[in-house]
Design a protein around this ligand. Structure first.
Ligand SMILES: O=P(O)(O)OC[C@H]1O[C@H](OP(=O)(O)OP(=O)(O)O)[C@H](O)[C@@H]1O
Ligand SMILES: Nc1ncnc2[nH]cnc12
Length: 175
């Protein structure tokens, strides 16, 4: 499956100079979406993942589908002001701004095996915040998976340097 050709690139969104990799076109393609979920889930079938942590917002779509495929629960890592109960929070810088992620304090049990999921990794700031939140809950992070890696921005390296394995289906480097 040629996943790359199913992802639309929108130049200068949301700011001049950003090449926006729009995964909504991959997700709208039934064959590509189901093949992507299968490809990112299958390697973890035997890893007894009990929870998939998905990052707000596009990581919810992919993470929810992966959670069902792996018979795992789903844990939302959300933007500020969205979770009703007590939370841990971590702030981070983005390619185009700054933000924070929250996780319910009882979102994971100590030692619980978790797969971290998002649609895309760029600078890795968002994923790093996700890793920090899961570690505050003392989760065992099995891997972090993405549809898209932008390797020029160094995010995958940054997360690997935190001791977390990173997998991505597609890489856009310099194009
Ligand atoms: O590796 P980074 O440089 O941190 O960037 C990656 C993040 O940026 C995008 O989310 P965005 O914050 O645009 O939010 P959205 O999913 O709500 O659109 C993307 O879905 C990742 O979560
Ligand atoms: N270039 C990009 N395309 C889509 N989502 C992003 N998130 C951060 N950088 C991005």
């Amino acid at each position: 499956m040629d996943f790359k050709s199913t992802i639309r690139t929108v130049p200068d969104y949301p700011r001049t100079g950003i090449m926006f990799r729009d995964v909504s076109t991959l997700m709208a393609d039934a064959k590509a979406f189901s093949a992507a979920v299968e490809k990112l889930s299958a390697p973890f079938e035997k890893f007894e993942i009990s929870k998939v942590a998905g990052i707000d917002a596009r990581g919810f779509i992919l993470g929810g589908a992966i959670a069902v495929r792996l018979n795992a629960g789903f844990l939302p890592l959300r933007k500020p002001g969205k979770l009703p109960y007590r939370t841990f929070s971590e702030s981070y810088e983005l390619e185009y701004g700054s933000d924070a992620l929250h996780m319910h304090v009882d979102g994971v049990k100590p030692g619980e095996r978790v797969l971290l999921v998002d649609d895309l990794i760029a600078t890795g700031g968002t994923a790093e915040a996700g890793v920090k939140l899961l570690r505050r809950g003392r989760a065992d992070i099995v891997s972090a998976v993405f549809l898209v890696d932008l390797p020029d921005l160094g995010g995958a390296r940054r997360v690997r340097n935190m001791g977390v394995e990173v997998k991505a289906l597609v890489s856009f480097d310099g194009d």
